[in-house]
Design a protein around this ligand. Structure first.
Ligand code: AMP
Length: 581
């Protein structure tokens, strides 16, 4: 299937392929594992656990340990340093994918081979088409960004998946045809110039746009902020027909010369009028009148952006299309119009071999914790309602590798399981034996922010950390707030904010509350930060190498520097009462 095939035809084939994959999920998984083992049993890594003639599923399951990135890092480092023997994989590793490393803490190098990429690329390509069954209609305003490639000491290229993908012929020849951003603006390594040119293109071609999107919702939120800061200058470019002179990137300049072809004062007036409105409610619909939906991953930690995107969308559906990572492509959302909070992803059985480690998430009155139990199960033995951590064996040298994501099984499509994304594992606030997970925090904050709504105040981003600098330690939350109709910092009523702190604490589990009552944890602190502080946090992480396209805001901060950034933007501090009743 190449990029020149008619979209409609691809979509129809895609449906057939999808039916085949999901009906034969178990067989395809078995075949995939068999093939991986046959080819790689002689690698240094696997031969530690069994000999080549024992390379069957049983020996694999009995002998090969379930590992984390830390366990395989020494092997990856050797490949990165130039050892060419079959360390993890029989074929040469041709490149590394660099994960964003913002939600889980560390950037990882994930090996990739030409073949594994070819297979992954194909899947991502057609599943995108599947989700966007209307791709043959109108154009997508889909913002992508690139990062400079890094080289390992041995000269292998390491780039974020989104950058890698944007450079491929698949992208250039096919997907790019449906996206309005010129490829030169996507490949521009300066985010500000790239975003300016992509937004300018989006505004100039506003009548063609039927979809707006980014990979993750956090990037769309950043795009809105950029538009708030730059709409006057964008209008000026449209009015005069001249591109701002700070856009010096030759690729961007050249590409924009074909789009910004002359003055267009009527369009500039119209956009100015829309953006001058104090309230940006429904602004997407006003700027792009034919827009049918917004496509952006908004499950997991991205769900914090849903209210904001709903406000700007003014009723346009929010579609969370897929669940993907640098390690593997897991699944797609077959019900794009479902409520963003209820999205489930149907797993694709031909992208990797999947196992699922049951996770015990006890709630209610008992001590709540997330810990794994039992043995992993195959895709076909997944039980509905059960939580799992996903473990992958890939086509490029990862064996029984814990991705670190917790999922909840919600159903089956044919024979493929469907999962809701729950949280990143190990992203916890903790002072002592208490453990507050990403999901616990998200629920508590969702409860608390309700009391801000009657005041027209919106929470646009949050994060947290466990402050153990004094004894007893405390949880610290950072909130960025704005008024619904503007970006003004709301007037904060101390009593209301303290009530927010109380509701957050009340929503936590039994262990937290009993430690708090015993005085083993101090009162929760809520730091309200000024507008733009979370952008600074994103800039900090992207300056460290994270890709803006794949940026996931950390719910729980571990980096001192990151905490410092939010502390420096703090404009108000609130506490729950000293003692908890
Ligand atoms: P990266 O390592 O930068 O490729 O990011 C991959 C991670 O992003 C996954 O392991 C998840 O934690 C997160 N992620 C990807 N897709 C989704 C999704 N649909 N919903 C929530 N989180 C996601």
């Amino acid at each position: 299937m190449d990029g020149d095939i008619e979209i409609k035809e691809i979509y129809e084939n895609g449906m057939k392929i999808f039916e085949h994959l999901t009906n034969n999920a178990h067989e395809l998984q078995e075949q995939m594992l068999e093939e991986i083992l046959k080819r790689n049993a002689g690698t240094e890594y696997l031969s530690r656990f069994f000999s080549s003639d024992q390379a069957d599923k049983q020996s694999f399951k009995t002998n090969v340990p379930i590992v984390t990135y830390e366990d395989i890092k020494p092997y990856i480092d050797r490949i990165a340093n130039g050892e060419t023997s079959s360390i993890l994989f029989a074929d040469p590793i041709t490149q590394f994918i660099r994960s964003a490393g913002t939600s889980g803490g560390q950037q990882k190098l994930i090996p990739i081979t030409t073949e594994s990429f070819e297979k992954g690329k194909y899947i991502v390509f057609w599943l995108t088409l599947w989700c966007f069954s209307d791709l043959h209609e109108g154009k997508s305003f889909y913002l992508y960004f690139s990062k400079p490639d890094m080289k390992t000491p041995s000269g292998l290229v390491a780039s974020p998946y989104s950058t890698f993908y944007s450079k491929t012929n698949t992208f250039k020849n096919s997907l790019a045809k449906f996206c309005i951003s010129p490829i030169e603006t996507i490949l521009c390594l300066d985010h500000k110039k790239s975003m300016f040119c992509q937004l300018l293109t989006g505004l100039l071609q506003r009548d063609e746009v039927v979809r707006l999107g980014t990979i993750f919702a956090s990037v769309l939120e950043r795009t809105i902020k950029f538009l708030e800061d730059y709409w006057r200058e964008l209008c000026c470019n449209i009015r005069t027909g001249y591109l701002s002179d700070w856009i010096i990137d030759p690729g961007c300049k050249n590409a924009m010369s074909f789009i910004l072809t002359g003055p267009n004062p009527e369009l500039a007036d119209l956009i100015q009028q829309i953006c001058e409105d104090k309230s940006w409610e429904g602004v997407f619909k006003k700027l792009w009148p034919k827009i049918k939906y917004i496509s952006s991953i908004c499950t997991g930690s991205m769900s914090q952006y849903i209210p904001l995107l709903e406000l700007y969308g003014g009723g346009i559906p929010l579609v969370s299309p897929s669940y993907v990572s640098s390690e593997a492509c897991f699944g797609i959302n077959l019900k794009p119009l479902s409520n963003p909070f209820d999205v489930s992803y149907t797993f694709l059985p031909n992208t990797a071999y999947f196992e699922f480690l049951p996770v015990n998430k006890d709630g209610g009155g008992k001590a709540q914790e997330t810990r794994t139990i039992d043995k992993p199960v195959d895709l076909e033995n997944v039980k509905l309602g059960q939580y799992y951590e996903v473990v992958v064996t890939t086509l490029a040298g990862l064996y029984r590798y814990r991705v670190g994501d917790v999922l909840k099984a919600t159903g089956f499509y044919n024979k493929s399981p469907q999962f809701q994304f729950v949280e990143r594992k190990n992203v916890v606030l903790s002072i002592g034996a208490d453990k507050t997970t990403e999901e616990d925090l998200s629920k508590a904050i969702t409860n608390a922010k309700l009391i801000l709504e009657p005041f027209g105040i919106m929470l646009t981003a949050y994060s947290s950390y466990s402050d153990t600098s004094s004894t007893p330690g405390r949880y610290v939350l950072f909130w960025e707030l704005k008024m619904k109709g503007s970006n003004d910092l709301p007037k904060l009523d101390a009593r209301v904010m303290e009530q927010c702190c109380c509701i957050v604490e009340e929503s936590f589990d039994f262990t937290y509350k009993s430690f708090r009552k015993d005085g083993a944890i101090s009162a929760l602190e809520l730091r309200v930060v000024k507008h733009g502080s979370f952008d600074e946090l994103m800039d900090f992480y992207t300056s460290k190498g994270a890709s803006i396209s794949q940026y996931k805001p950390p719910c729980c901060l571990k980096s001192e520097e990151a905490i410092k950034i939010l502390n420096s933007g703090t404009v108000g501090k609130f506490f729950s009462p000293k003692t908890m009743s």
